[in-house]
Design a protein around this ligand. Sequence first.
Ligand code: NDP
Ligand code: MG
Length: 379
Amino acid sequence: MTKKIALLGSTGSIGTQTLQVIDEHPELFEVEALAAGSNIELVLKQIHQFRPSKVSVASREAAESLKAQVPAGTKVYYGEEGLVEIAAGTQADTVVTAVTGSMGLPATLAAIDEGKTIALANKETLVTAGHIVMQRAADKNVAILPVDSEHSAIFQCLNGEPRERLHSLTLTASGGSFRHLSREQLRDVTVEDALKHPNWSMGAKITIDSATMVNKGLEVIEAHWLFGLGYEEINVLLHPESIIHSFVEFTDTSIIAQLGNPDMRVPIQYALTYPDRASLNAKRLSLAEVAQLNFRKMDFDRFPCLRMAYECGRMGGTAPTVFNAANEVAVARFLRREISFLQIEDTLEKVMQRHEVIAHPDLDTIREADTWARRIAAE
Ligand code: NDP
Ligand code: MG
């Protein structure tokens, strides 16, 4: 029996690589539904190749133009409701969440309510409302399988190990596009420079998040929710080569790490085949070729956004929600060249200073905090 997949964000970096994995294994997977934003040309190609029963795009106009061109029987939806329909309104077994930002939250919750396994790339969902997502998944007995490479690594290292013997986990960080620059040199960096990640080819938002180290901060919070560890047990280590994708340490001091060339198809495929594995047409890692791996202690003065993310994680409540939403706006403004690179962290700092954290927020409170943070960050 093939596994039926619904894919949110099919035209993005994770989305297209997910479809490569599916294409390599027609005996294992079938595409049930696709959601994209505004790249109509690409989603149309995907529809003709993978023949989903339902498709959604961001706007009504995009949906209208798509309707005329899809094969008979393909249903076309749009907007927020369309995204929820793709996530929850089909026969899919697994939903891959690969849209960017907290906009993925309603669709992820809807998929969980329908009992679908979540292959989670959209880390902002867990950052913005981790307690709600994890509780809902536990209630519905739904598995949340990580696609993020670091979390996939940890998930693989923990396979079959007694959780109570886990001492700590360490997320590795490449350092992003500006890892060789001092804070002084960061003043005048451009959008183009920021978009050149040394090891990974990813969507624009996460590439900027890697340069500010916000991405690692979001990943620390993601790890807290996925693996149920306190923030003092989650470490970050600079590792420029991105070969060790992360590691865990047990109470007996033994460390288990997961290694490989930087290739997102590996964690994507593992989330889709778990608990099994399948072959993958990817470059094999030769440690002899790599010859040397380097590590450096994380510098929280050089990367203040990571320090802020830890603080927000520890505060809990609406703090991570606001941090994430403010960051989404600040990054979008940087990409539109409205603010400088260093103003991203200034924005985060100012919005966090003005926010009064609300503990144990429900979904409405989360939505309000998210909206508030976006408004303040846009000022
Ligand atoms: P991209 O920017 O490459 O892709 C985002 C996707 O979301 C696109 O398909 C885009 O569609 C779609 N989208 C945008 N707006 C809407 C909308 N309103 N409705 C439906 N779909 C929409 O992002 P990435 O693939 O890089 O990242 C996706 C998620 O995965 C993020 O949360 C990121 O943090 C996470 N992640 C990514 C990694 C990577 O290697 N890229 C690694 C680990 C995690 P369109 O292009 O058609 O407008
Ligand atoms: Mg990652």
